[in-house]
Design a protein around this ligand. Structure first.
Ligand code: PLP
Length: 408
């Protein structure tokens, strides 16, 4: 008789964004004329840039001609894409990442969720609190945690690294021995970044203890200030202890196209086994490659024109971020992030719970954001807004926040 993977039953409730979607739908049904502005879910709104569209068209033409038709892509990605990534994202920044250490995929979410498969079932994970939920949930599904404790809103057997106003949303080293340390900078949801010195401390710690760092750099393209590391491989020795995830989703608006990649350095050896070989084996067995046309579109992102176009697109989103941040501050709120990341992490007023604030905003000003507690208990009393809305909606949302503050 079949049985289910009972680890799935440890996961509480529904996925955060499903809960938000349901509440907004119910509100919309009850108030059909309500003009709701959605700054909640982290999805982009601007269209693909012209260079990407051109590359897609060209690749589609190739697929329609027997002479240039492509079937299955190479498991690990086409060399034309892996080479340009190695050159532009790594070698140009002084990181010695070679094309054959890059694994092209359909995005960072699946890679972040799947990477745990190559580690032992008894490995202990450390995650930030608040955190992008995929890191924890994928380990819960794999049976690497204990039960969920509703009182503490945490899973037993997981080490949580609090990210607070006091530490600038950059956690201290894990308080107990951890085998896998998940880090994400620029951070979702707090919008915080880590300095090279702070990141080097994590790298040194991992090398000392034999831990592996799983570094999610999905928002790297949003870094605007100098001296903020774009890759963990800017730190000395990171190639022996870190795996890095990247995504084209927020960099170039590929949320609907799907493309990302993971770097597993060949020097990263655990228990005498190169993790590169294990990830290659996993990829080869369970994944048949990102579509040719999408990989050509990804290549176009690195062309001179493509880079210029996506820089302008990102600058547009970051102008939204500035408008939100400064607007909130003017209205008397405390807001973080929004300088090197498309997320603004605002404090709820008067210690209000983040779900009460969600309901208040929906009811009074019809703006949707994401309650911070949905990302972990240290997200309580915070609220995440995204810079991915249209300019018009961003400006209107900020005006509404002003009226809310004024009216109490
Ligand atoms: N990592 C982080 C931190 C994210 O916030 C997201 C998307 O919101 C992802 C990964 C997913 O990226 P992708 O669209 O490439 O799967």
């Amino acid at each position: 008789m079949a049985s289910v993977n009972s680890n799935y039953l440890k996961l509480p409730g529904s996925y955060l964004f499903s809960t938000i979607g349901k509440r907004v739908r119910e509100y919309g049904d009850a108030h059909p004329d309500a003009d709701i502005i959605r700054l909640g879910i982290g999805d982009v709104t601007r269209p693909l840039v012209p260079s990407v569209i051109r590359a897609l068209h060209d690749a589609v033409e190739e697929m329609g001609d027997a002479a240039s038709f492509k079937g299955y892509a190479p498991d690990l990605g086409y060399p034309f894409l892996r080479e340009v990534i190695a050159e532009r994202d790594y070698r140009k920044r002084g990181c010695a990442v070679s094309p054959d250490e890059i694994f092209v995929s359909d995005g960072a979410k699946s890679d972040c969720a799947n990477i745990q498969e190559i580690f032992g079932p008894d490995n202990v994970i450390a995650v930030c609190d608040p955190v992008y939920p995929v890191y924890t949930d994928s380990n819960v599904m794999a049976g690497r945690t204990g039960d969920y404790d509703p009182a503490s809103q945490r899973f037993c057997g997981v080490i949580y690294m609090p990210c607070t106003e006091e530490n600038g949303f950059v956690p201290d080293l894990p308080s107990e021995p951890a085998d896998l340390i998940y880090l994400c900078f620029p951070n979702n949801p707090t919008g915080a970044v880590i300095t090279k010195e702070q990141l080097q401390r994590f790298v040194d710690h991992a090398r000392r203890t034999g831990a592996v760092i799983l570094y999610d750099a999905a928002y790297e393209a949003y870094i605007s200030e100098p001296d903020i590391p774009h890759s963990i491989y800017e730190c000395e020795g990171a190639d022996t202890c870190a795996i890095e995830f990247r995504s084209f989703s927020k960099t170039a608006g590929f949320t609907g196209l799907r493309l990302g990649f993971t770097v597993v350095p060949k020097a990263l050896v655990v228990d005498g086994v190169a993790l590169h070989d294990l990830w290659a084996r996993r990829h080869g067995t369970k994944y048949n490659g990102a579509p040719y046309i999408v990989q050509r579109a990804g290549e176009a992102v690195y062309s001179d024109t493509g880079r210029k176009e996506i820089r302008e697109q990102i600058a547009g989103y970051m102008e939204n971020a500035r408008i939100i941040r400064e607007g909130l501050e003017k209205a008397g709120y405390t807001a973080y992030g929004g300088v090197n990341a498309p997320y603004i992490w605002m404090k709820t007023p008067d210690g209000m719970s983040s779900w009460d604030f969600f309901d208040l905003l929906l009811d009074k000003i019809r703006v949707v954001g994401t309650p911070g507690s949905g990302f972990g208990p240290h997200g309580e009393h915070f609220f995440r807004l995204t810079a991915f809305g249209s300019r018009e909606n961003t400006v209107r949302a900020v005006e509404r926040f002003g009226s809310l503050a004024y009216n109490g």
